[in-house]
Write a protein that binds this ligand. Structure first.
Ligand SMILES: [Zn+2]
Ligand SMILES: [Zn+2]
Length: 232
């Protein structure tokens, strides 16, 4: 594959959502197979096309397309997660603020925001926005990701820390804004996709997963500690 510019060189030339498009109406483009896409951004377009076609088919969504680099595939997924998590932030902003959530907590954990020269105790919504911005900036940074087609080992090592922090956004929403979490998840299946991806590629260590695996389960399970723990 050669690296060229020109995002619109595939057959569907106009793929964008008009300003004011509702989430449920957004991204209603025709599904295209990977072979049909002739662009440096083929994997991204393919992933977005799969999501539009069937966002509930989590296995298919994370399945590595034939002859593709698993690291590049994870990269596109992580970028896509950041894009879609912005919609969750918009929904959280209606009830998550400095007064309701002065600390970034989930269950008994408290997280310090790593988006600053020294980690800070940002309120939850600030933590979420800073973390999402930080992850997006890193994934788009030429320094950390000089190529999105061939990902170096140096770049791959950032995946776990990005995923670990993005997970906390879901966790805060699950523990503190359950209705927002559930309505968002019912619409997007984004948490399900994230977990499938994490599971498949070992992105978030199992011992850091605090949302009960079966969401129908109650959260008051076999907690080992009631102490609040700070973690970066
Ligand atoms: Zn909150
Ligand atoms: Zn911050």
């Amino acid at each position: 594959m050669t690296e060229t510019t020109g995002e619109n060189s595939n057959k569907n030339t106009l793929k964008r959502n008009r300003p004011g498009t509702k989430l449920e109406d957004a991204y209603q483009f025709e599904h295209v197979s990977l072979e049909e896409i002739n662009s440096a951004f083929a994997l991204q377009e393919y992933l977005q096309s799969l999501i539009r076609k069937d966002k509930e088919n989590l296995d298919l969504l994370v399945e590595l397309p034939p002859d593709q680099d698993p690291e590049a595939w994870q990269y596109e997924h992580l970028r896509q997660l950041c894009l879609e998590l912005n919609y969750l932030v918009v929904q959280l902003e209606s009830e998550c603020n400095r007064q309701s959530c002065p600390d970034m907590k989930a269950d008994e954990w408290m997280y310090l925001c790593a988006a600053h020269p020294t980690p800070m105790n940002c309120c939850a919504i600030d933590y979420i926005v800073h973390t999402l911005d930080g992850a997006t900036t890193m994934l788009n940074s030429h320094k950390h990701f000089p190529s999105r087609i061939s990902i170096s080992n140096n770049s791959v090592k950032h995946y776990q820390s990005i995923a670990r922090r993005l997970y906390r956004i879901f966790a805060h929403a699950w523990f503190h804004h359950r209705e927002v979490f559930e309505s968002f998840e019912n619409e997007t299946f984004l948490y399900g996709r994230f977990m499938k991806l994490s599971d498949r590629y070992g992105l978030v260590a199992k011992n850091l997963l605090i949302i009960p695996q079966n969401s129908a389960e109650d959260s008051n399970g076999d907690e080992t500690s009631t102490e609040s723990s700070e973690i970066i």
